[in-house]
Design a protein around this ligand. Structure first.
Ligand SMILES: [Zn+2]
Length: 464
């Protein structure tokens, strides 16, 4: 939906020339990209003044949002916006997104068609780091609210919008602080929607139809620390088994013994929803998962791209031992990162790994993550709101529940929300997936404009 009628154009152009505010949603998203709100693992590298400048930009760009909603800055750089509804008996709904982005891998800047932080709008696309993850979410929601306010819309149900500033490094300063503030305010939400799911335009099994994946669950996150200790000493007189050898053996056993594949609830729900829309032989397989589930799980486990959907994955990510070439270390440490299927718990993983390692001299420990997100309802409430909103903009889309194989800020809100969904209404091709956190991240202008229409519809329907 165009935001301004044609006869307003001279006034808009004049206003833009005077105040420097970009004229279209695409240009505003491009401008948002130019604020390099980068989260670094080493937090000392983070330039917080860029986050402050980005917030000033948001305030200038969305004057109605920032004057009509109750706005709070939480933990200095995160934003909490409350749009109070007329009916206090209705449980509120939460919309979230994050303002930070990942860095561009040093040395790859020149591989981009347009510089990653230039926010170039060209060839029907908006280029830059954050265009898909996740400035599109922040800007899209703000565009939608601004439009609704301009049209005089007011919600019956209270709507809350929370934008964290450190999702890419775990959300412990942003989303966790936002959640703490919401607890203080006594908020409890019927449902929420965060980033994660999107519309996929070229799923091969759906031929011409777009698939909207609304994630009803996400995988859990767990890192195990494995430590081998033993005799060290001079390398001229080494022990029979070194700590490095002992730990290497343990890791080799772990990698050789992945978790068995299985179809969990969200993945079964996805195939069941897809079944009526696919041709044979997939249809008969999807319609009879009670008998074909083992086969489907094994086939998916055989492909690197689909294996995360069907197993708790094991990734050996760090190995540290030794300080000098002629010293046998007394200690070796490794980290193994697991992404847990719904239903698997950290204790189950520790038990399984301890059994596989089968060496009392290798210690296994972990820092517990106690907020494992649950599986949301996909037959009512928020799911149906999201589905209707998508279908109002993409009438032929097949909307399916799905499992997010990555993690989001939603885990910080588990105790505050009955049902958690993950979906921003952006349509993309599967080839664009690698650009998220990679090179040439972009979003189509038409896709972005439609995502704003979806966000607007979601807000309108949620507000009832
Ligand atoms: Zn993200």
């Amino acid at each position: 939906m165009p935001r301004y009628s044609r006869n307003c154009l001279p006034v808009i152009l004049l206003a833009c020339w005077v105040c420097g505010v970009a004229a279209s949603p695409a240009e505003r998203l491009g401008e948002a990209v130019r604020f390099q709100t980068i989260s670094y693992q080493d937090t000392g590298q983070i330039v917080y003044t860029r986050f402050e400048a980005f917030q000033r930009y948001l305030r200038d760009s969305f004057p109605l949002v920032f004057s009509k909603l109750e706005v709070e800055t939480v933990n200095e750089y995160s934003l909490l916006l409350r749009w109070t509804g007329s009916n206090a008996a209705l449980a509120p709904v939460l919309f979230t997104a994050h303002m930070d982005v990942v860095p561009v891998e040093p040395g790859t800047e020149k591989d981009w068609q347009h510089p990653p932080f230039a926010g170039v709008v060209a060839d029907g696309r908006i280029y830059g780091r954050g265009t898909l993850d996740d400035k599109v979410g922040v800007m899209g929601l703000l565009e939608a609210i601004e439009q609704l306010l301009a049209d005089g819309f007011s919600p019956q149900r209270t709507l809350v919008f929370a934008f964290g500033h450190d999702e890419e490094i775990g959300g412990t300063s942003g989303a966790a602080a936002l959640a703490a503030r919401m607890r203080e305010l006594g908020l409890h939400f019927d449902w929420m929607v965060d980033e994660g799911g999107m519309l996929v335009s070229d799923n091969p099994i759906l031929q011409d139809k777009t698939m909207a994946m609304v994630n009803i669950a996400e995988k859990g996150y767990l890192t195990l620390i494995l430590e081998a200790t033993g005799e060290g000493g001079h390398s001229s007189n080494p022990p029979e088994v070194s700590t490095i050898g002992r730990l290497s053996n343990a890791l080799a056993r772990i990698e050789a013994k992945p978790f068995p594949p299985q179809l969990t609830g969200p993945v079964v729900a996805m195939f069941e929803a897809l079944a009526p829309h696919v041709g044979q032989p997939q249809r008969i397989v999807f319609e009879n998962l009670w008998i074909t589930d083992g086969l489907v799980a094994r086939m998916m486990a055989g492909e690197r791209s689909t294996t995360p959907f069907v197993r708790t994955t094991t990734a050996l990510t760090m190995f540290n031992a030794g300080v000098k070439e002629n010293v046998v270390p007394q200690r070796a440490e490794a980290r193994v990162n697991f992404r847990l299927l719904p239903g698997d718990s950290p204790d189950m993983v520790v038990d399984y790994i301890t059994e596989v390692v089968d060496d009392p001299l290798v210690n296994v420990r972990y820092e517990e993550w106690d907020n494992l997100p649950g599986v949301a309802d996909y037959g009512s409430g928020g799911f149906l709101v999201i589905k209707s909103a998508v279908e109002s903009v993409y009438p032929d889309a097949v909307v399916v529940p799905s499992l997010l194989t990555a993690t989001t800020d939603t885990r910080h809100y588990v105790d505050l929300v009955d049902n958690q969904y993950r979906f921003h209404g952006v349509e993309m091709a599967t080839s664009q997936a690698t650009s998220i956190h990679g090179t040439d991240e972009y979003v189509g202008v038409a896709s972005y404009e439609k995502s704003i229409d979806i966000a607007r519809k979601m807000i309108e329907l949620a507000a009832r």
